[in-house]
Design a protein around this ligand. Structure first.
Ligand code: SAH
Length: 262
């Protein structure tokens, strides 16, 4: 029996219905697959049954990577490494269909890293199918004027189309986590708003949402040195709160913020 490691966020999926549901979201046949954190291989086996062209898995836990190597080494390509250490743009020449029941403690870090690292419109993936804590998923899919709206939704919606597939009860995992999860599907957005430096969007949203309940005025003045022109041009009422500006306005603001420096 495997002893799950808390430090690596190991909560293994044991619910066959959920596993099947996840591997039925998109067509897998003849696709090149990447799985992050395969663990004991429950998703991996279900993916294999659907005849992909190939599967690469990235597993940080040496012990689990070796176990998978014994069980499935002729069928999958195993990389024993930390996903955060890998440049995802160079994993494969094919566009990848990505699966990940990610460790909770690094799931948002991975998603943000991937979004910020997409090279212009050169998406390295065809789609991402990822599991998140339900409350994190709710923040990712949030629309403006709601309490969950914030940096994660604005950053995710910039380059990705997002669809919630389902919630997953905590009893679907071993060991059972304290909270429920949700599965999200992400697809490349080809008509995303062009920015020269994604870091501008990150900085801008970080500054605004640090004071989520305060009026926009204070953060705006900090970012734009008290110059009201941009707010006027974009028709922004600075008495509103950060959650009241829609996606497009944040992208336009970031563009203006970039222009300040040039
Ligand atoms: N996909 C499996 C396991 C999920 S648990 C299932 O659904 O049953 C999360 C897995 O991610 C574990 O196997 C853990 O060892 C692995 N993991 C944790 N941090 C990682 C990292 N930084 N890079 C790659 N894998 C990681």
């Amino acid at each position: 029996m495997i002893k799950p490691k808390k430090s690596l966020g190991q909560n293994f999926l044991i619910d066959k219905n959920i596993i099947d549901r996840i591997t039925n979201i998109v067509a897998i046949k003849d696709k090149s697959i990447l799985e992050i954190g395969p663990g004991t291989g429950s998703l991996t086996k279900s993916i294999l049954e659907k005849n992909p062209k190939k599967i690469t898995v990235i597993e940080k836990d040496k012990y689990l990577a070796e176990l998978l190597n014994k069980k499935l080494n002729t069928e999958i390509n195993i990389i024993n490494n930390d996903i955060l250490e890998i440049d995802e743009n160079y994993i494969d020449n094919d566009k990848l269909t990505v699966f990940g029941n990610l460790p909770y403690n690094i799931s948002t870090e991975i998603l943000c890293k991937w979004i910020l690292n997409i090279k212009e419109d050169n998406f390295w993936f065809e789609c991402l199918i990822l599991m998140f804590q339900k409350e994190v998923a709710d923040r990712i899919i949030a629309q403006y004027n709601t309490k969950n709206y914030g940096r994660l939704s604005i950053l995710s919606n910039w380059k990705l189309k997002i669809k919630k597939i389902c919630d997953v009860k905590s009893s679907s995992f071993y060991p059972k986590p304290k909270i429920d999860s949700s599965v999200l599907l992400f697809l490349p957005k080809l008509d995303f708003f062009p920015l020269n430096d994604p870091k501008s969007l990150e900085k801008l949203t970080r500054t605004f949402f640090m004071h989520r309940r305060k009026m926009l005025k204070k953060s705006y003045n900090l970012l734009f040195n008290g110059n009201i022109n941009v707010a006027n041009k974009l028709n922004i009422d600075l008495n509103l709160r950060p959650q009241n500006l829609n996606f497009e306005t944040y992208y336009k603001l970031s563009k203006e913020f970039e222009n300040l420096g040039s």
